[in-house]
Ligand binder design. Structure first.
Ligand SMILES: NC(=O)c1ccc[n+]([C@@H]2O[C@H](COP(=O)([O-])OP(=O)(O)OC[C@H]3O[C@@H](n4cnc5c(N)ncnc54)[C@H](OP(=O)(O)O)[C@@H]3O)[C@@H](O)[C@H]2O)c1
Length: 233
């Protein structure tokens, strides 16, 4: 019997991949959703993958949201993009729409479907960000998208007081997204040196550490705020 069922978007790298691996190891069933799968899901009897480009509304509506047979069903809206790193005047409609569809619209639709369709105990998580609260020059689309996600989580949590609904801030995590940040143009992103420095000083959190914190949160008895930092767990 499994501990529960996790539906995780964006399992091919970074936080989502680390969480899929840790959850399978811990005894959960994992349905990975995204453009690409990962070895842990492909090689495990409790792993499944559903291919979907989350910027495609038809693909989002087709994701199978099956309830766990035992334990909770847990949705992790994790797939995301840093979006265009550029001054606002340089960013066109297509780039903005891509960032907002992936980071905001897909998690909103998936969550609404999940809350309607899944039966039994359920929990919903969004991979939020400190960028929801702190403006970062050159990251307008990303900051706005994560602020939207945090507020969406707050509203859905009010509407569903019996369901655990959270957005978590994972800190600066050593994933391919951070590599994209370090490789961006320093003209567009004034604070880039700070991110390179944090990486070189070994200050980035490992995605495996974030995954372990989340496993603790899934079974926590204590009250956790809707928006929390994994470093506080
Ligand atoms: N790293 C950090 O410091 C940090 C900090 C705060 C928040 N976050 C958030 O953490 C989440 C995970 O990011 P990460 O840092 O782990 O970066 P990552 O390694 O780049 O992971 C992003 C994931 O999203 C998937 N994805 C991208 N475009 C997609 C699409 N169109 N359809 C479906 N899946 C798509 C990617 O898979 P494919 O390319 O295979 O589709 C990948 O699995 C994001 O929401 C990010 O905003 C990260």
């Amino acid at each position: 019997m499994s501990l529960g069922r996790l539906i995780i978007t964006g399992v091919s790298s970074g936080i989502g991949k680390a969480l899929a691996e840790a959850a399978l190891e811990a005894g959960y069933e994992v349905l990975g959703v995204g453009r690409r799968s990962c070895d842990a899901i492909e090689s495990h009897a409790r792993g499944q993958f559903f291919q979907a480009n989350l910027t495609d509304p038809i693909a989002v509506e087709a994701i199978p949201l099956l309830s766990a047979v035992s334990g909770p069903t847990i949705l992790i809206n994790n797939a995301g993009t840093i979006g265009p790193i550029a001054s606002t005047a340089e960013v066109g409609h297509e780039e903005l729409a891509h960032c907002m569809h992936l980071n905001v619209v897909a998690p909103m639709r998936l969550t609404a479907r999940f809350l309607q369709e899944v039966e039994g105990e359920k929990q919903v998580y969004f991979t939020g960000s400190g960028a929801a609260n702190y403006p970062i020059e050159g990251w307008a689309a990303y900051c706005a998208s994560k602020a939207a996600v945090h507020q969406y989580a707050e509203v859905v949590a009010m509407e569903h007081p019996k369901v655990r609904i959270h957005a978590f801030r994972p800190g600066k995590v050593d994933t391919p997204m951070q590599a994209v940040i370090r490789e961006s143009s320093s003209q567009a992103f004034a604070d880039k040196a700070h991110f390179i420095d944090a990486y070189e000083q070994g200050e980035l959190v490992k995605p495996e550490q974030v995954a372990q914190k989340l496993l603790q949160v899934f079974v926590a008895d204590s009250e956790i705020p809707v928006i929390f930092s994994t470093s506080n767990i």
